[in-house]
Design a protein around this ligand. Structure first.
Ligand SMILES: C[S@@+](CC[C@H](N)C(=O)[O-])C[C@H]1O[C@@H](n2cnc3c(N)ncnc32)[C@H](O)[C@@H]1O
Length: 215
């Protein structure tokens, strides 16, 4: 076999091998993150308990996605409470509406938000909750400053977002760039007019903090 032919075959085999490896890696990783094992690192029951929601509370799940936390929040606030599940993507909003119907979650309302405004009712929220959404939001200090008008007086904002300093195996769960550093989170929320109330360290790959709106 000619050397040039052998070389060409080796290049093709290498490119093919890398493509297969990358697809497999992405598949496994996405499956871990979105699949049933999420509960092992997301610890949703502990998260909900730490939010300390009273029955009847009004909560927004901002960037609700598939509704991972929406229905847990719905259970936590009870039938006299209300959950606004907000997202900005048409397809996601459609899926959420379907899930709400299927689960007969009568205390959940789905809102098609805008990038710079979740379109929540004014002066209504006891808590606005975000999981893995904070880093998607642009001009965050401006966004959260405006959001204060949707909160009741002294309302809270709970943020869970991927950390930027995860190393080792934990980094498998974190998509490059889809994170917020602790310094950015704290600084931006302070500029927006919030005070850090609680910071939790039980989540292995995410920051989790609760802020209260300043008067
Ligand atoms: C990574 S997903 C997180 C979904 C869900 N919170 C969870 O933990 O499974 C981020 C979601 O935020 C939504 N999103 C992005 N920018 C947004 C914005 N400005 N306002 C509301 N939702 C937004 C996306 O459409 C997406 O569904």
């Amino acid at each position: 076999m000619k050397v040039s032919r052998l070389f060409t075959m080796m290049v093709i085999a290498t490119v093919f091998g890398v493509a297969v490896w990358q697809s497999w890696y992405e598949l496994v990783r996405l499956d871990w993150i979105k699949g049933p094992t999420r509960a092992a690192w997301q610890l949703p029951d502990r998260v909900i308990a730490e939010l300390d929601l009273k029955p009847g509370a009004v909560v927004a799940d901002l960037g609700a996605g598939e509704g991972y936390f929406t229905f847990l929040l719905s259970k936590a606030v009870g039938r006299n409470g209300r959950v606004y599940a907000v997202d900005v993507e048409d397809r996601i909003v459609g899926n959420l509406e379907m899930r709400v119907q299927v689960k007969d979650a009568i205390n959940v309302g789905v809102i098609h938000g805008e990038l710079a405004d979740p379109r929540l009712p004014d002066n209504t929220m006891d808590l606005v909750f975000l999981c893995n959404t904070y880093h998607h939001i642009e001009s965050r200090s401006v966004y959260f400053k405006r959001l204060k008008q949707d909160l009741k007086k002294g309302g809270r904002v709970a943020v869970i977002d991927m950390r930027d300093d995860v190393t080792g195996l934990g980094s498998l769960f974190v998509d490059e760039g889809h994170w917020t550093s602790w310094a950015d989170l704290l600084g931006e929320m302070e500029i927006a007019g919030y005070t850090l109330e609680q910071r939790f360290d039980f989540l292995p790959v995410q920051n989790f903090a609760i802020f209260r709106a300043n008067d």
